[in-house]
Design a protein around this ligand. Structure first.
Ligand code: MN
Length: 258
């Protein structure tokens, strides 16, 4: 083959043209709840929240080959880790207690690989509910396996009500990216979780807590990566009169346009 025909194409650091909307890799789960068939599943509220912020979601299912996520991340602009199953406690060095749900190995491995590759490639990452939990585990942190049984008397963090009901307050660190995104340091949030961050991973800092001390948000502490993670569900607040939750998606979008 003539070498003149094979020209190397310089790889642009940018993965999109200037006018194209950013593309976001959105983690999803797979389950057997519908007709017995294994299906990939993502709550559509995440899609609505991203599109409302000018972002294009592509769904990343739990993969049998999580080492392939680097190839995905080289083609997208950012990552959204979504809510779902409990992370396998073996991944943070604990035995699974009876209140901790069945782990999803493929999803754990895929999302940990997404988290590490996002850091390595400097792709902005937003994480929601299970998101901060798996992100924290990916970088060496630990989780509370079940808030009500481990911390009796704590607030009801798994409120069995409308998903968009604001059920408890959170206090947000004033100088954090999270506070800037939300535009406030004390807000009321929805809450649909029974686990949370226990020991925060090296490199991260706690940026919001509930009145009972439960960690409600973490973010990357350095300025060499943008990673923000909240324990509540801002994607369920697309129609909320308060702008707080949409502010998180707007901050993510602003970072992607930077
Ligand atoms: Mn909560």
């Amino acid at each position: 083959m003539s070498s003149t025909l094979v020209q190397s194409v310089p790889r642009s650091k940018r993965t999109r043209s200037k006018d194209a909307a950013p593309v976001i890799a959105v983690s999803a789960t797979a389950d057997t709840r519908l007709g017995g068939a294994h299906r990939v599943r993502l709550n559509s509220s995440y899609v609505t929240a991203l599109e409302s912020a000018g972002l294009i979601p592509i769904v990343i299912p739990p993969l049998a080959s999580p080492e392939q996520v680097r190839a995905i991340l080289e083609r997208v602009d950012g990552v959204l880790l979504t809510g779902g199953e409990d992370v396998d406690p073996a991944l943070y060095g604990q035995d699974r207690n009876e209140k901790c749900g069945e782990p999803n190995k493929a999803r754990d491995e895929t999302e940990i690989a997404l988290s590490l590759a996002a850091r390595e490639l400097g792709k902005p990452l937003l994480a929601i509910c299970r998101g901060p939990q798996v992100l924290n585990v990916a970088f060496g942190g630990t989780l509370i396996q079940d808030i009500p049984s481990e911390f009796p008397g704590s607030l009801d963090h798994n409120a069995d009500r409308e998903r968009a009901s604001r059920v408890h307050e959170v206090s947000i660190e004033p100088e954090s990216l999270t506070a800037k995104a939300i535009g406030a340091t004390k807000v009321s949030v929805n809450s649909l979780h029974h686990q949370s961050v226990r020991d925060v991973a090296p490199g991260f800092k706690v940026t919001a807590t509930a009145p009972d001390g439960i960690v409600e948000a973490i973010e990357w502490a350095g300025d060499d990566w943008w990673a923000m993670a909240v324990q509540w569900h801002p994607e369920e607040m697309n129609d909320s009169p308060e702008p707080w939750d949409r502010g998180l998606f707007r901050a993510f979008a602003d970072r992607l346009d930077a």
